[in-house]
Design a protein around this ligand. Structure first.
Ligand code: GAL
Length: 958
């Protein structure tokens, strides 16, 4: 019988289906039987046991990277990123769906253009990569309100509970997003979605199981059939399968290096997660988010340092450590971070760039981290016994500083040896030997000849006792990257750190014929054991042909650079290996034609291990002349990329705005900010109206207030308080006279002589920046912290009350620009009047040159147009650099063709280069750049030097 029902708990639709299938008696059985219902749901089955996920009954090592389409407002580039991931061996992509990005107003949902998730999922299907769907409702993700829409922050009910208003809104979102996700499930015979996440790190404090169960039930009611999981914040055992609110699979997150990138050489130890097996023994070890980089705050050390903190050495030690822990689903957060463009960032933790120091940079360029992921990604797919292992005993290394953990496949007895420093933070270089005993016998000392070295912060995952194609792989001190049968032979690509020695032992019935085609490799035949032992140093690419097994073996022994330059593609005609280019993104076979697509960074060789039927090779659609090498590969030459020349930005026009400060500005059309009650846990001071911007439908960007009062003449000051979020600011004027500016918090402004108009209408004008809403990580409604003015009063005399008007982004929740969406614009005059847009008639604006100074405090705009004519292609990535003395105090919003591609604070940083998403930027045509600058009255406002940067050829960090 169904356990939930027996306990009097709510019964989900899917578990009802499970009851019909068969009865069960334990909590584990409950989830197993829900699984049975999933498996019969459509054209494919998704199943799992304590070892791994199984797709159509076949075990799959899920190697996944996190990607957020909403941080790449350029559908053309979605394919580029997903292809790059697939080319590195990722078989899955994990995607958060950001509720606030799709819903400007309750009941209004937009899934078009840059919000077209049908397109994201269809591209994933075409690219051939599974999707792990994570629609929240809460996602965290360093984004505004952790993904909650602006309109949700005014709700009375506590978020992330069964409070009726919140729960109904959550279900509204799920119904909309699930309607699309459900169409793309793998279980239905099409579509890439294999897993679906409920909530996000709902792990701390009081947890509402009915809420979690309601989300599960909603997903099932919406037709979601794939297994459900939740990502516990760490392995705390929350939401295990079979409990109320527990989805099918247990998963957890891990960020062992933390998020301060200031000291990237200082490491934390790598975790050993073996102890977590007991938390959910009947589901595989699933690390739903493991550190792939780190976020960086305003004023932070910058992403180059995050790239270093989580570099290839970190990936090797920590991710292989997870493999040894038994994880068979790993997702790296982020693999491509992208851009928190417009007002997307959570202000407390991030600025515009969400580069994250990840393997694929914000500019979509590949890094050494990408190469490392590729080495591992290829390995976890090629060596199938890895997806089913038990823990073996540690081996005793001759060097006590080294620890060797083992995992053993119980069916094939294949051993996986993780060789690394016991102190995973060690930077020492050490040598060792170890005894090995396995299905192929006992070896007292491995390596038998030469040395095995572990450099500082290096981990090797060695394989022993393995049927590699038609060869018997006794062991190797090199790591296997991939292997495949190509034509009549096996090809194996193994690798090691440049300069280190390696030893590989294969077993044959009789002494095989060994031909060293290139490299310095010695072969020794051990007639007693029937072992062929190869000894070599990893240097370039050595090639050895071994004939003696059922098929010949072409053994390719790569060093660090050669493994990075190697690619594998699986085509309908079988696997293809390539060597040379910066990227081979895709391979297709049409008859005797092999069509490759990819990128080069310089002219160089293209070598291909192709099916023998291959007669013609195309590269990006153009024929490549190839010759057949003695070893049977095809060798051709590829050109480097055409140089890109970018124009100088010299023709600028400038105009000061800020008319709202003037007493006679017409604010008749503005909304009266006169509410006296609010759901917000923070209440305004007694007698004052609620001034929070969100209450009036202005959720993102800058907000203007105008407070009218009849002066007695005794007023001496204006006392204001605003909550802006980290690094936010506000500025005030009285009757057009500047009073000054403040950061987040309270500030008393004194009224300068002559500014007051006794016995007349006076206007306090206040511009408040809303840097974004806090996340709600601890589910304590912290996203509801007000934004905008929280209190305002006059100082002196009888202090008359102020009557307020408010104006934020044009249209409020009824977006004036639904294409660019809720996060693109706030309420600056220029934004409301179209100054950020291409085509705005600025010809009567005065001309200026940069750098420029704007002496008047407030907002002024700089506009220019430029034409580009760069070769088209996914490799294009152009950025905008601001260069200035960091002492100047101004902040910018940068609009390219009307899109808010970044926010810049000159005196805070650290971001000074902004990636302009391709697609928003016309790389062949005319572009409009409009910059809104908010300066103070200290004479340092204005704008520094602005230039375009080619991020592909500079290959650097944005
Ligand atoms: C996790 C969270 C993610 C993201 C990440 C840090 O705790 O689930 O959404 O915030 O931390 O980048």
């Amino acid at each position: 019988m169904n356990v939930r029902k027996a306990l009097g708990l709510s019964v989900s639709a899917a578990s009802v289906a499970a009851i019909a299938l068969t009865a069960c008696s334990t909590t584990e059985d409950a989830s197993t039987h829900e699984q049975a219902a999933l498996s019969t749901a459509g054209g494919h089955t998704i199943d799992y046991d304590g070892y791994s996920l199984k797709i159509d009954g076949k075990r799959l090592y899920v190697w996944s990277g996190e990607f957020h389409y909403w941080r790449l407002p350029s559908p053309d580039s979605w394919r580029d990123v997903l292809q790059k991931m697939k080319a590195a061996g990722f078989n899955a992509v994990s995607i958060y769906f950001d509720w606030g990005f799709h819903s400007p107003k309750q009941g209004v949902y937009d899934f078009n253009g840059i919000r077209d998730i049908d397109a994201v999922l269809e591209i994933a299907r075409e690219v051939g990569i599974y999707v792990i769907a994570r629609p929240g409702p809460y996602i965290n993700a360093e984004t505004d309100a952790g993904g909650f829409p602006g309109w949700l922050v005014t709700q009375a009910g506590k978020a992330r509970t069964t409070a009726p208003d919140y729960l109904e809104a959550s279900k509204e979102w799920l119904r909309h997003v699930d309607a699309i996700l459900a169409r793309h499930q793998f279980t239905d015979g099409h579509g890439p979605i294999i897993l679906y996440q409920i909530e996000n790190e709902y792990s701390n404090g009081a947890l509402d199981a009915q809420y979690m169960q309601a989300l599960i039930d909603q997903a099932r009611a919406d037709g979601i059939k794939v297994p459900l999981f939740h990502n516990d914040v760490w392995p705390a055992g929350n939401w295990k399968p079979g409990t109320l609110g527990g989805p099918n699979m247990y998963a957890f997150d891990g960020y062992p290096q933390g998020f301060d990138c200031s000291n990237p050489e200082t490491w934390k130890p790598a975790p050993d997660f073996r102890w977590t097996r007991g938390l959910s023994p009947n589901t595989p070890m699933f690390i739903a988010e493991f550190q792939g980089g780190a976020f960086d705050p305003w004023g932070g050390p910058g992403f180059d340092k995050c790239q270093k903190l989580t570099g290839p050495d970190f990936e090797s030690i920590f991710y292989k450590g997870n493999i040894a822990s038994g994880a068979t689903l790993q997702n790296f957060y982020m693999t491509f971070g992208g851009t928190s463009w417009g007002w997307l960032p959570d202000p407390g933790v991030v600025y515009t760039s969400y580069d994250y120091g990840s393997a694929i940079r914000e500019s979509r360029q590949l890094t050494a981290k990408y190469d490392q992921l590729k080495r591992m990604g290829y390995f976890v797919h090629a060596v199938e016994p890895l997806s089913k292992t038990d823990y073996g005993p540690d081996l005793t290394a001759s060097n006590a500083k080294i620890r060797i953990r083992t995992n053993v496949n119980p069916d094939t007895k294949t051993q996986f040896l993780l060789v690394a420093h016991a102190d995973t933070t060690s930077t020492a270089r050490d040598q060792l030997t170890f005894p090995l005993s396995g299905p192929d016998g006992t070896y007292a000392t491995v390596p038998q000849s030469g040395t095995l070295e572990i450099a500082g912060r290096e981990a090797k995952m060695l394989v022993a006792g393995y049927d590699l194609g038609a060869q018997r792989w006794v062991y190797s001190t090199s790591e296997i990257m991939t292997h495949a049968r190509i034509g009549a032979r096996d090809v194996a690509l193994i690798h090691g750190t440049t300069g280190q020695e390696g030893e590989t032992v294969l077993r044959y019935a009789a002494a095989p014929k060994v031909t060293v085609e290139s490299g310095d490799v010695t072969a020794t035949w051990d007639a007693d054991r029937k072992d062929l032992r190869l000894n070599y140093r990893h240097s370039g690419l050595a090639r050895v042909r071994i004939e003696g097994g059922a098929r010949p073996l072409e053994l390719l022994i790569a060093d660090t650079a050669s493994s990075a330059a190697s690619w594998r593609q699986d085509t309908a005609a079988g696997p293809v290996l390539e060597r040379g280019p910066y990227l081979v993104r895709d391979a297709r076979v049409f008859g005797s034609t092999l069509a490759l697509s990819g990128e080069t960074r310089e002219a160089g060789e293209l070598e291909i291990w192709a099916p023998p039927s291959t007669a013609t090779v195309l590269w990006n659609g153009r024929p490549v002349r190839t010759t057949r090498t003695p070893s049977g590969t095809l060798l051709g030459h590829l050109d480097g990329p055409a140089p890109v020349s970018l124009p100088e930005l010299t023709q600028w026009r400038h105009r000061y705005e800020t008319p709202e400060r003037a007493p006679d500005f017409d604010d008749a059309s503005w909304v009266a900010a006169n509410r006296t009650t609010t759901n917000n846990p923070t209440k305004p001071p007694a007698g004052q109206p609620v001034l929070y911007a969100d209450e009036y439908g202005f959720h993102h960007g800058d907000v203007w207030y105008r407070g009218h009062f009849r002066a007695t003449g005794a007023e001496t000051g204006v006392s204001l308080s605003a909550t802006t979020g980290t690094q936010g600011k506000y500025a005030a004027w009285l009757n057009g006279v500047y009073l000054g500016a403040s950061g987040n918090g309270a500030h008393a402004f004194s009224i300068p002589a002559g500014a007051l108009r006794p016995s007349a209408d006076n206007v306090v004008a206040v511009l408040v920046e809303n840097m974004g809403h806090n996340q709600d990580w601890n589910h304590n409604d912290s996203h509801k912290e007000p934004r905008g003015l929280t209190s305002a009063s006059l100082v002196g005399g009888a202090a008359p009350a102020l009557a307020w008007k408010i104006q934020g982004n044009l249209g409020g929740e009824d977006l004036a620009d639904p294409v660019r969406g809720p996060f693109n614009n706030g309420g600056l005059f220029g934004e409301r009047a179209g100054w950020s847009l291409p085509g705005y008639p600025d010809r009567d604006w005065p001309k200026t040159t940069l750098p420029a100074t704007e002496p008047t405090p407030g907002i002024s705009w700089y506009r220019t147009e430029f034409s580009l004519n760069v070769p088209q292609g996914p490799e294009t990535s152009i950025g905008l650099r601001i260069t200035d003395d960091p002492k100047r105090r101004y902040r910018l919003q940068i609009f390219v063709n009307g899109w808010n591609i970044g926010r810049y604070i000159n005196d805070v940083g650290p971001q000074r280069v902004f990636v302009i998403p391709t697609g928003i930027l016309r790389t062949r045509g005319s572009n409009t750049l409009a910059v809104a600058s908010w300066g103070d009255d200290d004479g340092t406002g204005g704008l520094g030097h602005v230039s375009l940067v080619d991020l592909v050829s500079s290959a650097g960090a944005p």
